[in-house]
Design a protein around this ligand. Structure first.
Ligand code: ASP
Ligand code: MG
Length: 441
C-alpha cells in the first residue's frame, strides 16, 4: 500500500512519492514523525507586502503569537521584504545580462534570510520563543533546476524538536538545497509552495496564506468593482484561475495542495475577516456555472502564414520551440483548400522574441509565406466546475462578447474552463461583461 508519505530511515525524512498519490488518509495523521502528533498545527505564510517594513514585521509577530496563544503549534513561512527579490535580480543583471544560475540562486535566496531573522527577533521581543531556519538547515531538498526547483523531500526533525520545545518555527520560503548542497530557489512567488509543502509534510490542519488582498475574488476588483470574494473554491478551479491570470497564489502551490489535500486559507494580513478556502470539490459547487473570470495579458501570438498542410509540419515548428523550454499555450491550425494553412500559437510575452528567432530560423524548412506577431492580445477565461455538468456556457460567453463587439481570435477549452484570445484593448470591457453575464446577474 502506498502511504501518503513514504517514511524513510529513522522516520526522519519524508519523501514525496513521485507516483500519483491517493488523497489524504486521515489515519496517517497520527503517523507523523517521531510518533509526535500535532493536533493543532498551523502553517502560516506571510508574503512580501506583509513583511515589507519593521512595523509590518512587528504586526506579523503579534498575529503569529496570538495564533500560538490560541492553542496552535505554528510554523511560519516568510517571503523577502517586498521589492527585495527584484532588487537582488537587478544587482546580478548589472554584472551579467544572463547571470550564472547557481550564483543567482545563492544571491536571491538572501532576501528570505533577512525576514526569517527579523521575524524571529520580533517574536522573541514580545515574549514568544521562536527559531529561524533556512531551507538547507531544515533540509528542504529540491532537484537541481536552479530558479525553478521542485521540492523532493523535507526533513522535519528540527521543526518537530522546536515545536516540542514550545517555539514558533520560522522557515525561509522560496528556497531549498539540492542533493549536492547547492542552494536552489523555487521560482517567483515560490514561498507559497514552500508553505503548502510544509503543511503537507507536517500534516498541518491548514495552511494560511496571508497577503494584501482579502482572498480570491470572482474577478479582479480593479477592473470590475462588482467582484465578490469567494468563500471557497475547488483546487481545480484555482489551478485554472492561477494559470489564466489570477495571481493570488503561485500555481505550483495549488497543485501541491490538491495532490496532498491541504486545506488552504487565503486571507488578509491587515484584517481579521475570513478569506477564501481552497478545498476539495463538493456537490454544492457544481450549481454555479462560472466561479471566476480571469484575464492574462502576458502572452503574445505568433502566426505562420500559409504553411503546407502536410504530416510532420507541426512537429517541425514546435519541436525547436520546446527544445528551447518555451511553453506554448494555445495553438490553432486551419485545414484549407489550397493545401496550405495558417498556424497560430501563443507563448509567454517574455519569450516571444526567442520564439520568433527560432521560427524564423526554421522558415526555409517549414515553407511559410510569412510571420505575423501580435503582442497586444489578452486571454480572457471563465472557470467553473459547474461546466462539467451544464451545457451552454460557451454559447453564453460568445453571445456576451458578440454584444460587446469583441472579436474572438482564438478559443481553447478544458473541462472546467473556456478561454478566448481577444484584442488587449477590449479586455477590461470583456471581463466586466462576462462577470455581469455569469456572476453578478
Ligand atoms: N521572494 C520571492 C519572490 O519575490 C518568493 C515569494 O515572494 O514568494 O518571488
Ligand atoms: Mg506571492
Amino acid at each position: 500500500m502506498l502511504l501518503r508519505f513514504a517514511l524513510h530511515g529513522w522516520h526522519r525524512c519524508v519523501r514525496i512519492p513521485q507516483s500519483k498519490c491517493r488523497p489524504a488518509d486521515q489515519n496517517l495523521k497520527s503517523k507523523i514523525v517521531h510518533g509526535v502528533r500535532f493536533l493543532a498545527l498551523l502553517v502560516q505564510k506571510y508574503g512580501g507586502t506583509s513583511v515589507g517594513s519593521i512595523d509590518k514585521i512587528k504586526n506579523v509577530a503579534a498575529k503569529v503569537a496570538a495564533a500560538k496563544r490560541a492553542g496552535n503549534d505554528v510554523v511560519v513561512v516568510v517571503s523577502a521584504m517586498s521589492g527585495e527579490t527584484n532588487r537582488l535580480i537587478a544587482l546580478a543583471q548589472e554584472i551579467s545580462p544572463l547571470p550564472d544560475e547557481r550564483e543567482k540562486d545563492v544571491l536571491i535566496s538572501t532576501g528570505e534570510q533577512v525576514t526569517v531573522a527579523l521575524l524571529s527577533l520580533a517574536l522573541k521581543e514580545i515574549g514568544q520563543p521562536a527559531r529561524s531556519y533556512l531551507g538547507h538547515q531544515v533540509r528542504i531538498e529540491t532537484d537541481n533546476a536552479y530558479g525553478k526547483a521542485r521540492i523532493l523531500s523535507i526533513d522535519s526533525t528540527k521543526i518537530v524538536e522546536a515545536i516540542k520545545a514550545g517555539e514558533v518555527v520560522v522557515v525561509a520560503g522560496f528556497q531549498g538545497v539540492d542533493e549536492n548542497d547547492n542552494i536552489t530557489t523555487l521560482g517567483r512567488g515560490g514561498s507559497d509552495t514552500s508553505a503548502v509543502a510544509l503543511a503537507a509534510f507536517l500534516n498541518a490542519k491548514a495552511c494560511e496564506i496571508y497577503t494584501d488582498v482579502e482572498g480570491v475574488f470572482t474577478t479582479d476588483p480593479r477592473i470590475c468593482p462588482q467582484a465578490k470574494k469567494l468563500g471557497k473554491i475547488s483546487y481545480d478551479e484555482m489551478i485554472e484561475l492561477a494559470s489564466t491570470g489570477a495571481k493570488v497564489l503561485e500555481i505550483r502551490s495549488v497543485e501541491f495542495a490538491k495532490k496532498y489535500s491541504v486545506p488552504v486559507h487565503v486571507r488578509s494580513t491587515f484584517s481579521d475577516v475570513e478569506g477564501t478556502w481552497l478545498v476539495e470539490e463538493d456537490d454544492s459547487m457544481s450549481d454555479v456555472l462560472v466561479s471566476g473570470v480571469a484575464c492574462d495579458k502576458n502572452e503574445a501570438k505568433i502566426t505562420l502564414v500559409r504553411v503546407p498542410d502536410e504530416p510532420g509540419l507541426a512537429a517541425r515548428i514546435f519541436g525547436p520551440i520546446a527544445d528551447a523550454h518555451i511553453v506554448v499555450d494555445m495553438i490553432i491550425q486551419n485545414a484549407s483548400e489550397d493545401g496550405t494553412t495558417d498556424m497560430t500559437f501563443t507563448v509567454p510575452k517574455a519569450d516571444h522574441q526567442k520564439a520568433l528567432a527560432i521560427v524564423e530560423k526554421s522558415l526555409p524548412e517549414v515553407h511559410a509565406k510569412g510571420i505575423r506577431v501580435d503582442t497586444e492580445i489578452a486571454k480572457v477565461s471563465v472557470v467553473g466546475v459547474g461546466m462539467r455538468t451544464h451545457a451552454g456556457v460557451a454559447a453564453i460567453m460568445f453571445q456576451t462578447l458578440a454584444r460587446e463587439k469583441v472579436n474572438i481570435q482564438m478559443i481553447s477549452t478544458s473541462e472546467i474552463k473556456i478561454s478566448v484570445v481577444i484584442d488587449a484593448k477590449q479586455s477590461d470591457q470583456a471581463v466586466r461583461a462576462l462577470h455581469q453575464a455569469f456572476i453578478a446577474n
